[in-house]
Design a protein around this ligand. Structure first.
Ligand code: HEM
Length: 544
């Protein structure tokens, strides 16, 4: 094909006109869109970057609580180049976005690009009809019976962890040591997801130097933690194809780490899928999540509903990351609160030991885990206070109207209980701020107190999440698919740890950071690059 016409002088002179038309179109879209400029909000730090540096460079949820305190549950913040965005924690607006509107709010393209790089085109990347199809294919592995059936696997991993800690303490003075519990939990949940989701033994607890574990450890903080202003700007204003080019060719440390992990994960996922397809062919039934997926996919009669090979691999990578880092992080924050609140820790230990005595030597089953009210209260309170995923990012797929639980006064002095928004408006949904809403969780929502879950008088607000009316597992069509799996996994580990060990604070906790890298990871000031770190004093828990 002759492309010389593209270079001729006549076309070059047209470039300024094309640029002008593009700019005019951009401005037309910007200024004819329904405006949210009258919603009160913080001053932007600059026209170029708006409030984005504070949003993305602060520790997790710090701006969320500040803006919620200053402006309430719906706040106008500025994106790049003067763009208006909304920061939302209002319960009714959240209910509308997560549940009522279905796929009316899609993910930000620049954030789905991050998901694609880390996990491929799987559930966390997909939107709308593709998401619906993928989710249907994935669901068979995540029902209540399937999740309950994994409890023996989780308990085995928990007892492996205990054995490792017992060995370490046996050789420590006074049988007590300072351990980075975040690292141990990350390895334990990697082993759990390996066995339950893939019937595969990663051996992460046995061997920290395991190549796979080395690639995953610190992946989130290294690739997403503390982004530079330049990175924030480029990610916000550049088109997705540019971000795709960067993720493919950039030689930055972050991208090299992400690509290395992706390559390893692809290889392992492909090998596992081959094994599972072979097992299916030879009539061998496995109950792990991927075997259920491969089986359901093979028996899907409508080819348009099937997952492609690329999508199946992406689901495995999604489960690896979404299913391991979130559970580990959640449990890490639970242990921090127990170390800070010895009275809560003792009460929980009493409940666990009373349940254990009633089992006459048998191990905890799913039903036993479900039967401990104080355990449930500690988990709900910890997940309310420290949601592992503290924000979600959505954009309006059409012009829409957000209903509010609490009316607000606009900068024009008008009181409104509905906010019209234009198609394309970007929203930051603050799970962390919603979880501290005083109307829903009580006047003392800023205080860690598991006993709140035994109060009967509290107003609960609109029905939202799947667990305790929290948004920690998100909600609606994008509710965390692994929420039951996660609860049994976290409880299995928590029972074992608190039954056997006493946890206390260390002086390094003074340097603790909540690293904002999609997940809210604990790191230490000055050592962020080393990855997750929660140093706690671990001792043998005395038995009567
Ligand atoms: C306590 C631990 C966990 C928390 C706090 C958590 C939280 C969340 C949240 C907030 C979302 C919505 C994200 C979004 O839409 O951008 C999500 C989605 C997801 N989670 Fe979890 N998760 C946890 C554990 C797990 C586990 C153990 C698995 C798998 C075994 C898992 C797999 C997924 C998947 C595949 C999605 C995407 C669902 C979809 O878009 O349809 N998660 N999770």
């Amino acid at each position: 094909m002759d492309n010389s016409h593209l270079l001729n002088f006549g076309n070059v002179t047209k470039i300024p006109y094309l640029g002008f038309i593009a700019l005019a179109f951009f401005l037309y879209r910007r200024y004819t869109r329904i405006s949210v400029a009258h919603i009160p909000g913080p001053e932007p730090e600059s026209f170029l970057l708006g409030n984005l540096p504070e949003l993305f460079q602060s520790q997790a949820a710090v701006p969320d609580f500040k803006w919620q305190r200053q402006f309430g549950d719906i706040v106008r913040i500025k994106g790049a180049l003067g763009e208006d965005r909304l920061f939302v924690s209002d319960p009714k607006a959240m209910q509308y976005i997560f549940q009522t509107a279905g796929y009316g709010f899609l993910k930000w393209p620049e954030r789905t690009e991050i998901s694609r790089v880390l996990m491929g085109r799987g559930l966390l990347w997909a939107d709308d009809v593709i998401h619906k199809r993928q989710r249907k294919a994935m669901l068979p592995g995540f029902g209540a019976p399937e999740s309950k059936a994994f409890v023996p696997i989780f308990r085995k991993v928990a007892s492996d962890l205990t054995a490792h800690w017992n060995d370490l303490l046996a050789s420590s003075p006074e049988q007590s040591a300072e351990l980075n519990v975040a690292s141990w939990l990350s390895r334990a949940t990697m082993d759990s997801i390996g066995e339950a989701a893939f019937d595969y033994h990663f051996g992460a607890l046995e061997n920290k130097e395991n190549e796979f574990m080395k690639a995953y450890f610190g992946l989130m903080s290294d690739t997403l933690g503390q982004p530079s202003r330049q990175a924030i700007f480029m990610q916000t204003v550049m088109p997705v194809w540019y971000l795709q080019l960067m993720s493919k060719y950039s030689r930055s440390r972050r991208m090299v780490h992400a690509r290395h992990t992706a390559r390893l994960a692809n290889e392992v996922a492909q090998a596992l899928i081959d094994m599972k397809s072979d097992a299916l062919l030879h009539g061998r039934e496995n109950k792990d999540i991927m075997s259920l997926l491969v089986k359901a996919n093979a028996s899907e009669t409508d080819p348009a509903s099937r997952l492609t090979d690329e999508e199946t691999i992406a689901q495995m990578r999604t489960l690896l990351l979404a299913g391991h880092e979130t559970s580990a992080t959640t449990l890490t924050w639970v242990l921090l609160e127990l170390a800070r609140h010895p009275e809560v820790q003792s009460k929980l230990r009493e409940e666990i030991r009373a349940t254990e005595r009633s089992l006459n030597g048998k191990d905890f089953s799913a039903a036993n885990l479900d039967s401990m009210p104080y355990m449930a209260a500690v988990l709900k309170e910890s997940m309310r206070f420290h949601p592992a995923l503290y924000q979600n990012y959505r954009l309006a797929a059409r012009d829409d109207i957000l209903p509010l639980a609490k009316p607000i006064t606009t900068t024009n002095g008008e009181t409104i209980s509905k906010v019209p928004i234009g198609k394309g408006t970007k929203l930051v949904l603050s799970i962390a701020a919603y979880n501290r809403n005083k109307e829903v969780f009580g006047e003392d929502a800023d205080v860690y107190n598991p006993d709140r879950w035994f109060r009967t008088s509290e107003k609960k607000g609109p029905t939202l999440g799947v667990y305790g009316n929290l948004l920690t597992f998100a909600g609606g069509v994008r509710t965390c698919i692994g929420w039951r799996f996660a609860l049994y996994e976290v409880q299995s580990l928590l029972v074992e740890i608190i039954n056997n060990f006493e946890l206390g604070p260390t002086k390094d906790l003074g340097r603790l950071r909540r690293e904002a890298c999609l997940v809210m990871l604990p790191t230490l000031e000055g050592e962020e690059i080393k990855g997750e770190n929660l140093p706690l004093r671990v001792s043998i828990a005395v038995r009567d």
